[in-house]
Design a protein around this ligand. Structure first.
Ligand code: CA
Length: 252
């Protein structure tokens, strides 16, 4: 059995008037979520907040109110249902208020249970793992440029600085149905998981992120360092990071 220690930080950056990113952590449920909203005016803020709140509520409800007589669905299913419900919430808000039309949000979610974590992704926010000092990307961006990387037309580094890098192909609040990438990852004591918006990954390369995370006195300092590094390189977008450290549940 493992448990997680987590902390997060979100910053408007140096170029934007609003912070349309949002994150949420539910330590009791071993849940963390990052969302990066989009839309005219400040509507991206609305979409990302609806999504994060909705996912928190859904997961808390599933894990606490569950009828003990029935078998609880696996965590992957709980997270998937929560992301799907968040999509419906965003669509519902647009239906209620037409001025919100066009808003949407990316989302990444991490839900730990025992020695397995469910990871969900829609859009271009990311989940990374640092294990034994090396950084590994666990999610695929749903972007036009990443499709070109997968097809072999662009390198990952070319994609990172490509002028069309912001064109995302999936979002909550987009089409009627939403396709969610779901993974189950085995966790180990000492693993570090990073959930982040693209404001981090367009400013910092993977080696930059790995270097920043290599020596961290604690999670708070590491979050601060990543945000400061993104801003030091221009801070062109909102930047949000959540760091999760896996601990042995028996300890303490
Ligand atoms: Ca962004």
């Amino acid at each position: 059995m493992f448990k997680m220690k987590a902390c997060g930080l979100s910053d408007v950056g140096l170029a934007r008037a609003h912070n349309e990113d949002c994150f949420g952590i539910e330590p009791e449920q071993n849940l963390a979520v990052v969302a990066d909203g989009m839309g005219g005016h400040s509507h991206g803020e609305v979409a990302s907040r609806i999504a994060v709140q909705s996912i928190r509520d859904s997961v808390v409800r599933s894990l606490t109110n569950h009828n003990s007589g029935a078998e609880r669905p696996p965590h992957t299913q709980i997270l998937e249902a929560a992301v799907r419900a968040a999509h419906q919430k965003v669509l519902g808000a647009i239906r209620e208020d037409g001025s919100l039309y066009g808003m949407g949000t990316t989302v990444v979610g991490f839900l730990l249970s025992g020695d397995v974590a469910a990871v969900a992704n829609v859009g271009d926010s990311r989940v990374y793992r640092v294990r034994d000092g090396s950084l590994e990307l666990l999610t695929q961006d749903h972007t036009w440029v990443n499709e070109q990387v997968v097809a072999g037309f662009l390198s990952a580094e070319q994609a990172r600085v490509h002028p069309l890098k912001n064109v995302i192909t999936r979002a909550l609040g987009g089409e009627t149905d939403v396709k969610i990438d779901l993974h189950e990852v085995d966790v180990r004591t000492g693993d570090l998981y990073l959930l982040c918006s693209d404001g981090l990954t367009t400013m910092l390369s993977d080696p930059d992120i790995q270097r920043a995370l290599f020596y961290h006195p604690n999670l708070e300092a590491a979050c601060r360092l990543l945000v400061d590094e993104a801003n030091a390189r221009g801070g062109l977008d909102n930047v949000t990071v959540v760091l999760i450290e896996i601990e042995d549940g028996q300890a303490s």
